[in-house]
Design a protein around this ligand. Sequence first.
Ligand code: SAM
Length: 263
Amino acid sequence: MADWNPALYTRFEEERTRPARDLLRRCEFPLDRPFEMLRIADLGCGPGNSTALLAERFPGAAITGFDTSEAMLEAARARLPQCRFALGDIAAFEPDDPFDLVFSNAALQWVLGHRTLIPALMRQVAPGGVFAAQIPDNLADPSQVAMREIALEPDFAPLLAGDVERREAIGTREDYYDWLSAAGRREVDVWTTIYNHPMADAQAITDWFSSTGLKPFIDPLPDDLSERFKARYTQEMDRRYPVRADGRRLLAFPRLFMVARKG
Ligand SMILES: C[S@@+](CC[C@H](N)C(=O)[O-])C[C@H]1O[C@@H](n2cnc3c(N)ncnc32)[C@H](O)[C@@H]1O
């Protein structure tokens, strides 16, 4: 997949950061230490929008954002010089010392094998610490179904074989509850929120997903076909998200949240 595009991603920054705020609100944990002693990891930190919330909430804490995208890390470093940012793959996250808070907003869906990943991340949480993550829960939504259907059209199918089912590995709410609560004394909270984002038009929905969910579909295509894929997608968004009373489209976006406190 091509590298991420921080500028395109931050076009909808407010909407994308809202779930991170909601997740952070549930990250209260018994703090018997000053913030300066806390170690916090932001996995898949992107351009630093989620990391900025952590820095604001826990001033003085040692915060490290990890990401596999150099472009995203560069944007994050420019934005938050007081935090540390490091190249790091969530799938291989094995720090020398555990973190008091392992936080991840809208990133774990890019990593396969959650049955083993979630317990592995939980092992990196210090005693008394918290694991908190949010992932999109929208695979059955028109915005995602349309991508998979267009990928099967004759123009695109020969070039996309193998890529289209990539995100199917995400578990159910019950799976995450089980994976987080299985070992040890843990307090686990799993919930879903559906955000409804008013979007200017069908093209705006395409723009939203161009920097995220559409990437596995359009990145492998040559430029002309990538543009054609996006044009087909915009047609489908126009059809599947009807115009509302104010002329805009309402993009429903379900998201799954999980917070686990280590006893
Ligand atoms: C949708 S962005 C989320 C950014 C930010 N956390 C937020 O709250 O908006 C997903 C980020 O995960 C990163 N990412 C994807 N796969 C990754 C992996 N295996 N390890 C680390 N980061 C990854 C991407 O580079 C991207 O910056």
